[in-house]
Design a protein. Structure first.
Length: 573
């Protein structure tokens, strides 16, 4: 009987009982158990099966599911008699932070405490009889959404103690999406306030817990050890570049192609591969996004399903407000090129708005970038550093970033579209008019302009204009800051067809404090002179594009004011 496709099902029991489409990942149970690590942190992008795998682990090991053979019969783990005997033999504490997206630190703390209170309510049978003395029963009843910090800090360890005494076996602890509250704290500005509370809870639960058999935490990011996991030296960290559990999350190509055959869509393989393949975990490439694949099986058409399941607020904030270099490198990625970056896969949230490398680390952990190559090399100080070759993961992610950039300019959509049209039409007057309207509205939104202008001021405007013209990537090869002639141009648009002319853009900011340029027209002329003096057209001419088919524009900026001139025209606005 053909299995049913269900969107969003994350309960293993429900999936198995209702014959819902499921890709067998029970081999993960054996891999994890035989690794025998005390505490394992596994990071994977959102919607990659973390919650479903945690549900599977709970229902395999938990005493509450003892004798539930029908949940695992026919799956790979059930082929081993050792594991058939292991099923349903441990007390399990299962907790999730997935829905904890509160706007204040007080509410975030209360939600964590409330979830722990709900756990205790599940085990209120421990209050019966003489297993606990009166002081312990009092502590049990004090666990609530409003409990004091010291009670919350030891609550999971104390519950582990009570269950150990009741069942005579140490406890398995499963914590799903541990970092969700941390991402929200960064967005809402109270990261530091929540870190101390979380650190204490994790320390007593996973390090100072003699009643713990083993534990797994899942999340999107590996939050820095110094901020959250200090002293937790028994932690095995599995990131997207680790070799362990490479195919336990997400679908392999063989699994996807088998699913397409099951649902009569064998002719759709290339379409699905283009959109949803591209994730790399450890040494296994060609991992597919499971959320999008399942939606595709259900709706039978391609769409950016995965990237539309989240607001991407954090990613958008970091890219929009990041340094101009970040925008330029994003443009390179959108054009199909790779980025070489030195990264630390630990995420330090309070450095995200200061450290460019931390942004790429977050994008890698979140699945928007893939590491096509990673190597450890010696640095100039006699130590070692990890260098990654990064690329956009797949077409679905490319669509997301293009839509994100469109969203940045949505408040001036008309002027934005008209500027691009004017650029293509070589309408200098319209280019000036619409660009000035765009900058007047948008530079307060891209509020990094003042900060960026202190060092290399052109870079801010450079990144801003790149955001405007990224829409043209299908018609032009867009390149920035590359050598040509005897210098490095700002932006070059090389036409993909002979119908379009090549375009060179050079940006200059008027130096009103120390510069000799009296007005924007002089700055604009200096930009155009630089294009000619340094022969930026040389690389285009070498490719067979004649001088007459190369248009050159100088952009002069002063705050929100812009003046654009061309190689053979001059216009003051």
């Amino acid at each position: 009987m053909l299995r049913r496709v269900s969107i969003g099902s994350q309960n293993f029991e429900k999936i198995r009982i209702n014959n819902i489409f499921y890709v067998d990942k029970t081999f993960f149970i054996k891999e994890w158990w035989e690794a025998a690590d005390d505490v394992t942190l596994i990071t994977r992008p959102r919607r990659f099966g973390k919650t479903l795998n945690m549900s599977m682990l709970e229902q395999f090991f938990s005493i509450d599911y003892a004798g539930r053979n029908e949940l695992f019969e026919g799956l790979s783990v059930w082929e081993d008699e050792k594991y058939r005997k292991l099923q349903g033999t441990y007390p399990v504490i299962a907790l999730s932070f997935a829905d904890m997206k509160e706007a204040s630190v007080q509410d975030a703390r209360k939600m964590i405490c409330y979830n722990i209170e709900c756990l205790y309510n599940r085990y209120d049978f421990l209050l019966e009889g003489d297993l606990l003395n009166e002081k312990e029963k009092k502590f049990f009843r004090n666990v609530s959404a409003d409990m004091e910090n010291y009670v919350a800090a030891v609550s999971l360890r104390t519950l582990s103690d009570y269950l150990y005494r009741y069942y005579g076996k140490k406890v398995i602890v499963l914590l799903d999406e541990y970092d969700t509250p941390m991402q929200e704290t960064y967005i809402n500005g109270y990261w530091e306030e929540l870190v101390e509370f979380t650190r204490s809870l994790f320390h007593t639960s996973f390090k100072m817990n003699p009643y713990l058999e083993r534990a797994i935490m899942t999340g999107i990011t590996r939050v820095s050890k110094e901020s959250v996991f200090s002293d937790l030296n028994n932690l095995e960290v599995i990131t997207t570049t680790s070799d362990k559990y490479q195919s336990a999350f997400g679908f392999t190509e063989a699994e996807v192609f088998a699913a397409l055959e099951e649902f009569g869509m064998t002719d759709r393989k290339e379409e699905v591969k283009t959109w949803y393949d591209g994730f790399v975990f450890g040494e296994v490439s060609e991992i597919y996004n499971p959320w999008s694949v399942i939606n595709y099986l259900d709706k039978k058409r391609v769409s950016p399903y995965w990237v539309n399941t989240s607001s991407n607020r954090l990613i958008g904030k970091l890219l929009r407000e990041g340094k101009p270099d970040v925008k330029q490198e994003l443009e390179e990625l959108l054009c199909g090129r790779s980025l070489i970056a030195e990264l630390d896969e630990q995420i330090v949230y309070d450095q995200l708005d200061q450290d460019e490398q931390a942004i790429w680390s977050l994008l890698l952990a979140s699945g928007y970038l893939k590491a096509s190559h990673c190597e450890i090399i010696a640095d100039e100080y006699g130590g070692w550093k990890q260098v990654y070759t990064l690329e956009l993961t797949n077409f679905e992610v490319k669509v997301m970033f293009r839509n994100m950039i469109r969203g940045w300019f949505s408040r001036v959509t008309s002027e934005y579209n008209d500027f691009v049209k004017a650029l293509l039409a070589d309408d200098l007057r319209a280019m000036n008019m619409y660009m000035n309207r765009v900058t007047m509205e948008m530079f307060s939104y891209f509020d990094t302009g003042k900060k960026a202008s202190r060092g290399e001021p052109e870079k801010f405007y450079h990144g801003f204009v790149l955001g405007l013209i990224v829409e043209l990537a299908d018609r032009y090869v867009i390149m920035s800051n590359r050598e040509s002639g005897v210098g490095r141009y700002d932006v070059m648009l090389e036409p993909r067809s002979k119908e379009n002319k090549a375009i060179i853009l050079e940006f200059k900011v008027q130096d009103t404090e120390y510069g000799e340029e009296k007005d924007l027209s002089e700055t604009e002329c200096a930009a155009l002179e630089q294009i000619e003096k340094k022969n930026y057209a040389a690389s285009l001419i070498a490719k067979g594009i004649p001088e007459g088919r190369i248009r050159k524009y100088g952009f002069a900026f002063c705050g929100k004011k812009v003046l654009i001139g061309s190689g053979d025209k001059a216009l003051e606005s």
